[in-house]
Design a protein around this ligand. Sequence first.
Ligand SMILES: [Zn+2]
Length: 258
Amino acid sequence: MTLLDYERFLKTVQTTHKIVPLHEYKMLVENGEKSIAGLRHDIDYSLTFLKGIVKVEQALGVCSTIFLPSFRSNIPQGDEWSYLKSLEEVGFEIGLHYATITEYLTSGFQRTQKEILESSLNRLRKVFNVKGCSSHGDDYAKKYGYVNYLVFKEGADSWRRREGNEDVTAIDVFGLTPNPVPIGELSLADVGLEYEAYLLPMDGYVSDCSKFDYENYVDNLLSMVGPGDNVEILIHPIRWQLSRELLHRSWIFLESDE
Ligand SMILES: [Zn+2]
């Protein structure tokens, strides 16, 4: 989709909803407010694509939450730090997009899950006030049927209730690991976090990973924003660009990550 599509999407949501970053969404929803839209961006590959998205938001007076990848130590770098800090100073929120279980599996079990999470958080916290996180859906997680938020007690509890896995305390990743990987051993508060994006209360969840035809994509997304509902909206900047030509090129780099 193009940035013009994104502008139309946001403008339409604004006619019925108050669009805010997720920490503000959490506060408003917990206070009983309705018609709140929490807007979030997961960065998987590059910050290049974020700037256009942010310009559209700023023109409409909207702030969002930008989740930076724990699994790419070169993001942010150089003047990207000060760019993001300047956004935080005007009301945007910076959080952590994490893949802790996958990072644990793929790094030779040298560090505990807590150490992996803390090192990513500490890197960002030198500059940003990080209160929230969002789980990354990578190829390992998809192939082996886990979600990275199982690292948290809150995530594991929710998953156990939903899937009927009440007594599961570890996941065995098909012989990849010497021992099953323990889940739910950390609470969000153990690493100073206030929320996990997937675990926030919501009536609806709107994601640009949804598989719709290009021609009616925005209308389909908008149809997921129910009147009066509190909704969380996930937008990947790489999927929205200046032109269809640029979009086509960037999709070459897109895997199935979410
Ligand atoms: Zn992701």
